[in-house]
Design a protein around this ligand. Structure first.
Ligand code: NAD
Length: 254
């Protein structure tokens, strides 16, 4: 099991779903964790919360500095905050496209920009481990229907991950992402809740997974914990799929 003892980690969007599972797992494995979220008040246990809107630069800078002071530095940044949108290019207006870009893409840019001086410092001091992990999505490369704006934003997250990995590799800061499939979080719960028959919709969703079930938030958190850890010291510029085989497997002959 990945040992994260002594690492100082910031997790955005850590008050719910994948981010909450990640913050909990990192803490369980010994890291000191600060969560940046729109709604930090619901956080359980030893997790420290800082209110931040990743779409607002001033709010991000203040929260990252507060978290760094609180933790005594930043070794790990998990850029996980994200929002979704359903629709084709004809369904979503410019404002919705801009909102997704603001949160899903520029959100990562802003938090990384504020955290990089701390990560660089972490890379220079023992145990010389500094890592950024971005939460991307299978939508970046899968060609999902009814997810035009969301897929484009996550495509940008994938490209950004690779470009950042190249820019910061000589500074000792590794940058990777996870590409989850359909994960059983409150977000998916909200989508299912809009269906005429949520239980039938959930069964259909399970049936569409090669594994016959949704990915759990804890399974994504475990992949993030690995990429964040010194054990992944030679891993940078990768996308780790945690999607129950959704993207890689072709279960029927063409
Ligand atoms: P969720 O809605 O359960 O949690 C998202 C968290 O992000 C919430 O706590 C919310 O308050 C926070 N957040 C949203 N906008 C924010 C902002 N502007 N500033 C700060 N915090 C903000 O969602 P989730 O399913 O856990 O998704 C987390 C990430 O995983 C997202 O980036 C999403 O795109 C990605 N993802 C989810 C799935 C899935 O099936 N659930 C699949 C692939 C990728």
């Amino acid at each position: 099991m990945t040992d994260l003892k002594g690492l100082k980690a910031v997790v955005t969007g850590g008050a719910s779903g994948i981010g909450l599972a990640t913050a909990r797992l990192l803490a369980e494995r010994g890291a000191d964790v600060a969560v940046l979220d729109l709604r930090p008040e619901s956080l359980p246990g030893p997790l420290r919360g800082h209110r931040a809107d990743v779409a607002d630069d001033a709010s991000v800078r203040a929260a990252v500095e507060a978290a760094a002071e609180d933790l005594g530095g930043i070794d790990v940044l998990v850029n996980n905050a994200g929002i979704g949108a359903v629709g084709t290019v004809e369904d979503n207006g410019d404002d919705e496209w801009r909102r997704l870009w603001e949160v899903n893409v520029l959100g990562i840019v802003r938090v990384s920009r504020a955290a990089l001086p701390h990560l660089r410092r972490a890379a220079q001091t023992p145990p010389h481990s500094a890592a950024i992990v971005n939460t991307c999505s299978i939508a970046a490369t899968a060609g999902l229907p009814q997810r035009a704006a969301y897929s484009a934003s996550k495509g940008a997250v994938l490209s950004l991950t690779l470009a950042m990995a190249a820019d910061h590799v000589t500074e000792g800061v590794r940058v990777n992402c996870v590409t989850p499939g359909t994960v059983d979080t409150p977000w998916v719960g909200r989508l299912l809740g809009q269906a005429a028959d949520p239980e039938a919709e959930r069964a259909a969703l399970n049936a569409r997974q090669p594994t016959g079930r949704l990915v759990t938030p804890g399974e994504v958190a475990a992949a993030i914990a690995y990429l964040a850890s010194p054990e992944a010291g030679a891993v940078t510029g990768t996308a780790l799929a945690v999607d129950g085989g959704m993207h890689g497997l072709r279960l029927r002959s063409p």
